[in-house]
Design a protein around this ligand. Structure first.
Ligand SMILES: Cc1cc2nc3c(=O)[nH]c(=O)nc-3n(C[C@H](O)[C@H](O)[C@H](O)COP(=O)(O)OP(=O)(O)OC[C@H]3O[C@@H](n4cnc5c(N)ncnc54)[C@H](O)[C@@H]3O)c2cc1C
Length: 494
């Protein structure tokens, strides 16, 4: 007999889970509070310009291939490998550094700063790669039924990696490299995890391996939203219905089972089983009213930084810039320590710039350019008021213009700024945190909110704040893990 699964949220994890469950014979229906699918992986269309709203590239592209194979479909979109991966500009420098996967070319970029970089990188990346391959299947791609089960599983990781749990990623940089610039560039991944490189354990240097050796970075031909369009088209063929502008805020239970979710208009949504793609921690607190996820408990957790995003439509082409660019400064340690708690002024921040129409010509009218700027900022716990968002955006655009010699403000004909308050309300991101729960060792694996509900036997979770973690490939893995759980509990239907 067909069983019906209702998925709350059409983010990447929700869409991937829908595809996997429909492949196994489940009838799937989806509800979404935003007006179109994709969650954070969304598209902004304004004044004739298009913008990828948040993610602009990803690693571990093979996770998408695995999803397509699992569901027996051809890849619904085309990857483009980035080369160079990105450019980095330090304040005060005349030049940018290009980050190549080819270590010889990379060493050449830094030859004035770091002697013998190629050899040093090979040594560093070999050790980082060993950690990645020794944990990928044991820790990252696993469901855990209990904390004890997780801790036991950790004992299977070779002991030689253990010391790297106890010193920082920055220390690992200091052990391997001499120049400030190289150390800063390869420790930026610490911020993606929701912490600083000074607090992130050295084991996470494995992300440098995924970036530089394993699979590099990719984006998608025609823009990142092609991922969503491709998955939605497949779901359409399987008659998966999606309802937009529907926000779930209550539930009904009977005999330890969830009988229905209820939306803000009072409509009941029934199913045999339910998958929540909204934030797995915040949803348990805000909708299910669980004490373990009360506002105080959620606020005491570590969350990734919030986004301040700027979308510029320019009336001309930008000169002398690469596709992906980081703009950094020289007060790295002070900035890293102070940015999370809003104890540093935001008039001279660190930020990322993506010239989106450079590789996606239909993102801007001919001769024009669409530009995306992302500045990671404190979340709403530490900076609740964003009346100054436009002023901060002005300062960033001014800084960018000075550092590139191209007057962005003078050429702007369309501008949109989203601050953390808007990000919170667009997709229910807790306190506006951009990537969800951070990845401190006490917030990953068996410590992270589980993808199976603690009380209701037919309720599951998929997405950035459950296992294994945040980022596009991780949310695709999360869809696999939750599907395994469901098949284990309820069986394959086809
Ligand atoms: C600015 C920014 C830049 C990023 N850049 C990158 C990048 O370059 N590369 C990368 O790999 N990752 C990046 N990420 C992270 C990546 O976007 C996320 O990890 C991923 O998209 C999360 O997908 P998800 O399915 O878990 O959640 P979401 O995309 O948040 O989807 C959850 C969905 O549930 C809906 N929802 C929530 N609550 C309810 C409710 N109560 N009722 C109904 N619907 C609800 C939301 O509206 C949303 O559509 C970035 C994130 C941000 C914010």
């Amino acid at each position: 007999m067909t069983q019906k699964a209702l998925i709350i949220g059409t983010g990447l994890a929700g869409l991937s889970t829908a595809l996997r469950l429909s492949s196994k014979g489940y009838a799937v229906e989806m509800v979404e509070k935003y007006h179109r699918p994709g969650g954070r992986l969304n598209l902004l269309e304004k004044d004739g310009f298009k913008f990828d709203m948040a993610p602009t590239f990803f690693s571990m592209s093979y996770e998408f291939k695995e999803l397509a194979d699992y569901c027996g479909i051809p890849m619904p979109f085309e990857f483009v490998e980035l080369d160079p991966l990105y450019a980095v500009h330090f304040e005060g420098d005349q030049r940018s550094y290009l980050i190549y996967k080819d270590l010889k070319k990379l060493a050449e970029e830094f030859k004035e700063l770091e002697v013998g970089l190629e050899e040093k990188l090979r040594r560093f990346l070999k050790a980082a790669g060993e950690i990645f391959h020794d944990t990928e299947h044991i820790v990252i791609k696993q469901n855990f039924d209990s904390l004890l089960g997780y801790l036991l599983q950790l004992t299977r990781v070779p002991l030689k990696h253990a010391p790297k749990m106890f010193y920082s990623m920055w220390k690992e940089m200091e052990r391997n490299f001499d120049s400030f610039e190289v150390k800063v560039i390869f420790s930026l991944v610490g911020f993606f995890l929701g912490s600083t490189p000074f607090d992130t354990p050295a084991v996470y240097a494995m992300l440098n391996y995924t970036e530089l050796v394993h699979d590099g970075y990719h984006n998608v031909k025609g823009g990142m939203y092609k991922i969503v369009e491709g998955l939605v088209a497949e779901l359409g063929k399987r008659r998966v219905q999606m309802h937009f502008g529907v926000e779930i805020n209550r539930f009904e239970e009977r005999n330890d089972r969830l009988s229905a979710f209820i939306d803000t208009t009072g409509k009941r949504w029934e199913a045999d089983l339910f998958v929540v793609n909204a934030d797995a921690a915040a949803f348990r607190g805000q909708v299910l009213g669980r004490k373990k996820f009360s506002p105080q408990k959620l606020d005491a957790q570590k969350w990734t930084l919030a986004p301040l995003t700027i979308y510029l439509g320019l009336n001309t082409k930008v000169k002398n810039m690469y596709h992906h660019n980081y703009f950094l400064r020289r007060n790295f340690e002070e900035y890293a320590h102070k940015i999370f708690k809003n104890s540093i002024k935001l008039d001279k921040p660190y930020y990322y710039v993506n010239i989106q129409s450079m590789h996606n010509p239909d993102y801007a009218p001919p001769g024009k350019e669409s530009v995306f700027i992302l500045c990671p900022v404190p979340d709403l716990r530490f900076k609740p008021n964003w009346d100054d968002a436009e002023t901060i955006a002005d300062a960033i655009v001014q800084d960018l213009s000075e550092r590139t010699g191209f007057d962005f403000a003078a050429h702007t004909e369309s501008r949109t700024v989203y601050d953390p308050q808007q990000w919170e309300s667009l997709f229910n991101l807790y306190r506006g945190s951009g990537l969800g729960l951070a990845h401190d060792l006490n917030q990953v694996g068996g410590f992270r909110p589980s993808n199976k509900d603690e009380q209701l036997t037919n309720l599951y979770y998929a997405g950035a704040s459950t296992v294994p973690g945040t980022g596009l490939p991780m949310t695709v893995i999360s869809s696999r893990l939750v599907t395994e759980r469901i098949l284990n509990d309820h069986g394959t239907l086809s």
